[in-house]
Design a protein around this ligand. Sequence first.
Ligand SMILES: *Cc1c(COP(=O)(O)O)cnc(C)c1O
Length: 409
Amino acid sequence: MIYDHLFFTALARLHAERRYRVFADLERIAGCFPHAIWHSPDGPRPVVIWCSNDYLGMGQHPKVIGAMIETAIRMGAGAGGTRNISGTNHPLVELEREVADLHGKEAALVFTSGYVSNESGIATIAKLLPNCVILSDASNHNSMIEGVRRAGAERKIWRHNDVGHLEELLAAEERERPKLIVFEALYSMDGDVAPVNEICALAERYGAMTYIDEVHSAGMYGPAGAGIAAREGALHRIDVVEGTLAKAFGCLGGYIAASAEIVDAVRSYAPGFIFTTALPPAVCAAATAAIRHLKVSQWERERHQDRAARVKAALNAAGLSVMPTDSHIVPVMVGDPEKCKKASDLLLAKHGIYVQPINYPTVSYGTERLRITPTPYHDDALIDALVEALCDVWRRLALPRRYRDLMAG
Ligand SMILES: *Cc1c(COP(=O)(O)O)cnc(C)c1O
């Protein structure tokens, strides 16, 4: 192929920058979370997963698996079409009602992923606001950045979680100009939380719409798992809540929840919603089962926080460089892409512990890290083994121990 060398060169760039991604071939074992089988180059090996976004293990919950199997047997595998062309299956309609109810909104719209819901949702909403300006947090997820880009509207980036800067940008606009503030409730790489009520107060003062990504908080925070905005008593001040069915709810799909008008407009105008096959009924039924379970069960949320606190305390006691966070995310700083990759490789090869390296462009240069996500199913023995393994790897690679020293140096 005469074009092949161009692709080779593109890949060589990634290798040179130490950000070529290698995927671990994993086989999850239902009922044994977080244990799994790693299909390594030398054959299958047991591993413990410490970086899953199935934060509450709902992907393996008997109710969720049961709903999926039972629905697949009754209704088959695929939806059979786009939403407009025979794909609007009953479990999907029920799921949208469940999501709307979870976030206290009039309506909800389900997409094939959280990524698509942001990309298509933000772009469509902004396009429907004449001469709109989008105010986007500097740390927003790639799916939101793409949504903002596709909107084609003017965009202004405010410094991460800096409401003073947001206010400056808002105040500089004409009062009548439509404004859309897009931000995340909980930022998944640093584990920090947005000042939701302060942002909403500014939105009200300057007449802006609010769009919040609750991907890393829905199911895990707030009463009934409605998220951070709900926990902060700010849900009624938020215009659009976006979330995923693939993280705390353990399945697949994304959504927005909002007023009936906004949802109907996005349903009618968003290409990423219209021109793609609807989610399969079994996936929808499974997601509904997960949401319903987490609405009433506190056990997963309490145990999740308890486990996260225990991991942080154990790592700190061992003198490891844990970034302080106010959430379930436990970032351990490495600060070097090569060593970050090596640390991850050693954990897997020597200790059967799987934590993938987080390098640029997911995080900025110099803040490369291991991102540990404890779940309700990581028991004390697994936590002890993790700490021991990390200490061993930190010794072997002579990695910095203290977060403060690392940030100072
Ligand atoms: C994972 C993620 C998404 C995308 O959700 P998917 O359902 O995985 O496509 C959106 N926003 C944020 C902040 C995420 O981390």
